[in-house]
Design a protein around this ligand. Sequence first.
Ligand code: C5P
Length: 233
Amino acid sequence: MTAQLNPRGDVAVLVPAAGAGVRLGPGAPKALRPLAGEPLLVHAVRRIAAAPSVHTVVVAAPAADVEPVRAMLAPVAPVIVVPGGADRQASVAAALAAVPAGPEIVLVHDAARALTPPALIESVAAAVRSGNDAVIPVLPVVDTIKEVGTGELVLGTVDRSALRAVQTPQGFRRTVLAAAHAATSDPLTDDAGLVEKQGVPVVCVPGSEYALKVTRPFDLALAEYLLSARQAG
Ligand code: C5P
């Protein structure tokens, strides 16, 4: 069985989808929660598979759900499904280890960003292809940000113009991501953080509002609205 999408593509997309999703409230693992009748992971994989550069998709599923996830995704796209790890970084490492020879660009993309447009996947991949070792999609920060200490006492106001909210997919030259994972095991919340620790420059490209991360019940409602309003393909 082949798990290739576009055999001429140069991109592998790793999808860490093994988290519990505690902040969404009780229920199934987050990637398997329904959004407009289909699991978040199905929405995410469908959009990844629609990006023409994508050669291979590797999903890290909750260890107990590998077979059902495989069966669920089979009609959506040819994907490789592996058991995830104890934290996000371990899940990404497991997915990276399953990438076949070929793709030299690796994108790491949270299943929770289920409505990410294929165009964003392409733009991150293109920025790596053009010579950047590490690329992240970002949005400007719109709220005023305060640093707060003990007792919720404000310590100061951060200069918002220098801040960015970071999304996924995060894109890397494959060798750079593999070296960063091999070099550190401190759990971080994103992969760019790992390569930063190796001194690799990380470049920002414009993100997308549709790449919102479904984390809390409000985000699920917003994503349902975007789909029903046909604003998110
Ligand atoms: O918990 P958080 O929302 O930061 O998780 C980000 C992504 O990492 C989610 O897509 C989640 O499924 C994934 N994850 C994972 N393995 C874990 C924990 C989280 O693949 N052990």
